[in-house]
Structures are given as C-alpha cells and as structure tokens.
Design a protein around this ligand. Structure first.
Ligand code: FAD
Length: 338
C-alpha cells in the first residue's frame, strides 16, 4: 500500500519530467499526473526543443548552471542510446550569429554544450550582415516524441494519468497529500500568479532535408533548426499576446528573415504553421509553499514559468522539484501518514 499520494498538475515537458523523477525516486508514493491537455496539444509539443538558455536575472548563477547541466547530461545520455529515435532526442551542430558583438561572448551554458568556440572570419563570411558568431553542438529534443516517451516511463514507474481541467487546487485536497504545480501559463488562474504572462511564438515546419546545421540569430527572433522529420523555422516573441491562431504577416516575415540567413529556405515547401504561448516569468518559480485550502494546510511544490527555455531546463528543475517533494515528506503533518 503506497502511503503518500502525490498529484502533478500539467502534462507538458515540465509536468512529465517532474512526474517521472518523483515516480522513479519515491516508489512508496502513488503519483498521478493530471492535466487538461496532453501531447500533441501542449505548448511543449511545438517547441523547437533546442537546448540553449538565456540568463534569469534573480536566480543565482550556480543554480541556473545546475539546471542546464543536469538537463543536458540527461538528454545527452538519451541521444547517445538506442532510445534516441523513439524519444526524439538528437545531437545537433550549428551557429549562433550576432550583428553586433554581444556583451556576453561566452554564455554560462558554453561549458556544458559540446565544442563551444568563437566562429572564424572565414566561417562568418556566409553571414555578411553578422560580425560575431559561436559554433557548438547541443541537443534537439522534439517533444512530440519525447512527451509520449516520458509518459511511457512514467507509467512503467507505476504512475497514473488523468485528463481533467482544474478550476481550483481545492478540488485536490481530499484525494492527495502533496500537490506539484507544473501548469505553466495555467498558473495565472490556478494559483493566481500575475507574474506569469504569455510570449507568443509562431514557427513553421518546412521541407528542407539538405539543411543539417542550425542557424540562430542572437536576437532570438530568427532561427532555422533542422529536426528529425522537418526543419523548424521561426519565429516571433510577442509579449502579452494571447492569440493562438497563425498570423499571415508573421509567416511572411519568418520566411523572409530566414531566407536572408539561408537562401534555400525561400525554395522550401511549408508543411505547417504553429503557434505556442511561452509561459514566461521574470524568473521561473521552483519553490514549495504551504497553502491553506478549505481550512487545511497543503504542501504545494511549484515548477513553472520557464518561458522560452522549458525544454532546456525541464530535467534540471524537475530534479529540484523532486528535492522539494522530499522536504515536504519530512515535514508535519505529512509525517503522520508515513
Ligand atoms: C515557438 C516556441 C519555440 C520554443 N522553442 C524552445 C526551444 O527551442 N527550447 C526550449 O527549451 N524551449 C522552447 N520553447 C519553450 C517551451 O515550449 C516552454 O518553456 C515549455 O513548453 C513549457 O512547458 P510547461 O510544461 O511548463 O508548459 P505546457 O507545455 O504549456 O504545459 C502546461 C500543462 O498544464 C496544464 N494545465 C494548465 N492549467 C491547467 C488546469 N487549470 N487544469 C489542468 N491542467 C492544466 C496544461 O493542460 C498542460 O498540460 C519554445 C516555445 C515556443 C512557443
């Protein structure tokens, strides 16, 4: 008989990573993952899934490095195993290029990706509008494959899944002992967090199998990411924009900007358009709190607000959330159940 009942809310890359970490590490807990939307209908499903990050302003650098390093090493092991095709995780090499020399020429994650170096002048010649570039090998994690693969691992570890929209965390108090909130943008209403907001991103999938290297403009708005079945080209970063439908003007702009970086994109067939809302926050929220729900103090572990870097940081923040769940297990009144 499992003595502690844990519920993870959210079936995106953050929810499933966290649920797998908990179910595998704490076999005496029964773990249920509950969400309104599952793959292929989450934000995570459409992410390009390149491992790469920007710095969050108020999180100690050592903690951000840990998140990146744990995620990178976890996915690298998958990319180099027989699970790689099924999990949709692969190594990818390419360039990040800048019109002007960036303030931070050696970002914090450069020590974890493979072979990070400054591009040579002769390499930069193919990008005449850019003056500086970084070459490296990182990971591409395609969530349309990775999420079903995580779900399989979760069920194998004894986890259960329920599809349901929650209007309030109060709906959970009679059935569970610990709530883990990985609801992304849903946290705005579910836990009343006004610091979380959408950053709209539109991308296209194009058929261009001749492209093997990623190209990303350092401004973060234009990128070409070759994947397993197609090439993702993007994008947009529209803060506070909740529109989920594709915008014709955005499509045109994406194709024009990407063709400037790689002329052959203008000849590529567009296979699909997709829009997602990045669950953004000044800093991701990975912390625990005791919440009063119907007169009862309920431990809630939050793990959301990863913005444009959720795939990159999922495993690292999931491990930290697991640590917070362990802490909840050692605190009263939960102890009485053990
Ligand atoms: C165009 C684009 C490109 C991107 N590219 C990259 C990239 O290259 N690399 C990278 O690292 N990241 C990238 N991202 C960011 C990444 O997609 C997100 O950071 C990540 O998907 C967030 O995952 P999540 O699990 O927090 O949220 P989601 O995937 O949105 O999942 C949230 C889950 O919570 C559930 N939920 C919410 N509210 C409720 C409720 N009330 N009741 C029940 N369930 C609820 C939802 O149904 C869903 O299952 C990109 C994003 C976009 C839009």
């Amino acid at each position: 008989m499992k003595s502690v009942r844990v519920v993870v809310v959210g079936a995106g890359v953050i929810g499933f990573s966290t649920a797998v970490c908990i179910a595998e590490a704490l076999p005496f807990c029964s773990v249920t993952l509950l969400a309104e939307k599952f793959s292929p209908d989450t934000t995570s499903d459409g992410a390009a899934g390149i491992l790469f990050a920007a710095e969050f302003p108020d999180i100690p650098m050592e903690r951000q490095k840990r998140w990146f390093k744990y995620s990178f090493n976890h996915l690298l092991a998958i990319a180099q195993s027989k699970h790689s095709p099924e999990a949709g995780v692969m190594l990818t090499s390419g360039w990040q290029i800048f019109r002007d020399i960036p303030a931070d020429k050696k970002p914090f994650w450069s020590e974890f990706v493979i072979g990070f170096r400054v591009m040579t002048d002769s390499e930069l010649k193919r990008f005449p509008d850019h003056t500086f570039g970084q070459a490296f090998t990182t990971i591409k994690c395609e969530c349309s494959s990775y999420l079903p693969w995580l779900e399989k691992s979760f069920r194998k570890a004894g986890g259960q899944v329920e599809q349901r929209k929650l209007d309030s965390l109060e709906e959970l108090i009679n059935s569970y002992d610990i709530i883990v909130n990985c609801s992304g943008l849903g946290s705005k209403t579910l836990v009343g967090d006004n610091k979380v907001y959408p950053v709209r991103g539109q991308v296209l999938k194009v058929e261009a199998p001749w492209l093997k290297h990623f190209i990303r403009d350092g401004d973060g708005k234009t990128y070409i990411y070759p994947g397993i079945h197609s090439v993702t080209v993007g994008g947009t970063r529209q803060e506070g924009d909740w529109r989920l439908q594709a915008d014709e003007g955005d499509t045109k702009g994406i194709l024009e900007r990407c063709s400037e970086l790689e002329l052959s994109i203008s000849k590529a067939k567009v296979l699909s358009e997709w829009v997602g809302l990045r669950p953004s926050r000044r800093n991701p929220r990975v912390e625990k709190e005791l919440v009063w729900l119907q007169g009862r103090r309920m431990p809630v572990v939050h793990n959301y607000g990863h913005g444009g870097w959720g795939v990159t940081l999922a495993w690292g923040t999931a491990l930290e959330a697991l640590g917070l769940v362990r802490q909840c297990l050692h605190e009263t009144p939960l102890q009485a159940n053990l």
